[in-house]
Design a protein around this ligand. Structure first.
Ligand code: MRU
Length: 353
């Protein structure tokens, strides 16, 4: 069982009465609505639409989607059941390409099925048990990395963050935003300078909602205000999350993260990535191999479905960018703070108890 968290958990994703319940993040902060379903297609759609989002959270959502998919398969012969199940699991794993936590969780859900011997009924129960374990494991990892990361924040600090990496992005207390909120929960004075995070405004919509809940002081700025903020204010650290970290420490995260890292170098501000080891893809050497998701042009040309530029234009749409490892002062994981060169230190974290 996970340890007691220093801040309350958000109702990001839960399993209730054989259904998945998740808070609809496309509606926040103006409406607090929930999606409840026993249909894995609905969860896939929620992942694609960013109704649930953030690397660890979509890992957990993927695991529960596998359970829902399995529960709807009527086949009672194990081999036939597994064949159908694996196809559906692959469909779930392909809903978003960059965050490795999704593939990491779905792979575990597939491995459980392929190595299982017993009845289909027992396999369905085993899959549910594994999905619960993946969720609780995430809560645990976030708590531990939150404690390690909070040590990096001094009293009376000013910190910058981008995208939402709080409880909404995980099933636990979050990663980078969790680190910041843990420092605040420990009694440190601090102020968070929140990048709005164009184009989908995860910072403006979701961080404000989370920081208000924990009464953590913050100010909201547009992404383009970060340079001036670093010039005018003594910033103690920039804390960001990750969607996939390559073996050498190159880190894919929300578009705009790389610019912050470059600005941080110019201003001598320490730039930290906070992520559980489930976000590290040890199978890829460098960031060049990370697939970067392209989103719909409408996410750039519209806000709340209202078009604000001319129609039929070319639009640039990467959802993520990759920050080179050399720009990262430390990668905060549940095992501590890994330091450059990350090829060795991230392996040490993986092997640590
Ligand atoms: O497109 P999103 O909102 O899923 O992007 C999320 C991010 O980039 C987060 O920083 C990352 O997943 C880490 S969440 C703890």
């Amino acid at each position: 069982m996970y340890k007691k968290t220093l801040i309350p958990l958000t109702p990001t994703i839960e399993w209730i009465d054989s259904r998945v319940r998740l808070i609809d993040q496309t509606k926040l902060p103006l409406e607090e609505e929930y999606i409840e379903t026993d249909d894995y297609h609905v969860v896939c759609d929620a992942i694609y639409r960013l109704a649930i989002r953030g690397a660890p959270a979509i890992g957990v959502a993927g695991a529960y989607a596998c359970v829902l998919a399995a529960n709807k398969i009527d086949e009672t012969e194990l081999d036939k059941f597994v064949k159908i199940y694996l196809e559906k699991a692959d469909e779930i794993g392909a809903t978003r390409p960059t965050a490795v936590n999704l593939m990491w969780a779905v792979k575990q859900m597939k491995d459980r099925a392929t190595s299982f011997s017993g009845s289909v009924g027992d396999l369905k129960l085993a899959l549910l048990e594994l999905a619960h374990e993946i969720r609780e494991d995430d809560i645990d990892r976030c708590h531990n990395l939150g404690l390690h990361g909070a040590n990096l924040i001094p009293d009376n600090a000013n910190v910058i963050t981008i995208c939402n990496t709080g409880g909404l992005a995980t099933s636990g207390i979050g990663t980078a935003l969790g680190v910041i909120q843990y420092a605040h929960a420990q009694g440190k004075g601090l102020k968070v300078h929140v990048c709005e995070t164009r184009p989908l405004l995860q910072g403006a919509r979701l961080n404000t909602w989370e920081l208000k809940r924990t009464k953590t002081p913050f100010t909201l700025m547009t992404d383009s205000m970060a340079a001036r903020t670093m010039e005018k204010i003594d910033i103690d650290g920039i804390f960001v999350g990750a969607d996939r970290i390559a073996a050498n420490g190159d880190t894919a995260n929300k578009i705009g993260t790389y610019s912050l890292a470059v600005l941080a170098k110019h201003h001598g501000v320490p730039f930290y990535v906070a992520a559980p080891l489930s976000t590290v893809d040890y199978d890829i050497e460098s960031g060049a191999d990370i697939p970067v998701e392209e989103r719909s042009p409408e996410e750039v040309t519209r806000i709340n479905n209202v078009q604000f530029t001319v129609e039929d234009i070319e639009v640039t749409t990467p959802a993520f960018d990759v920050t080179p490892a050399e720009l990262i002062r430390g990668i905060i994981t549940e095992k501590g703070v890994a330091k450059y060169p990350y090829k060795d230190s991230l392996k040490e974290h993986r092997n640590a108890n």
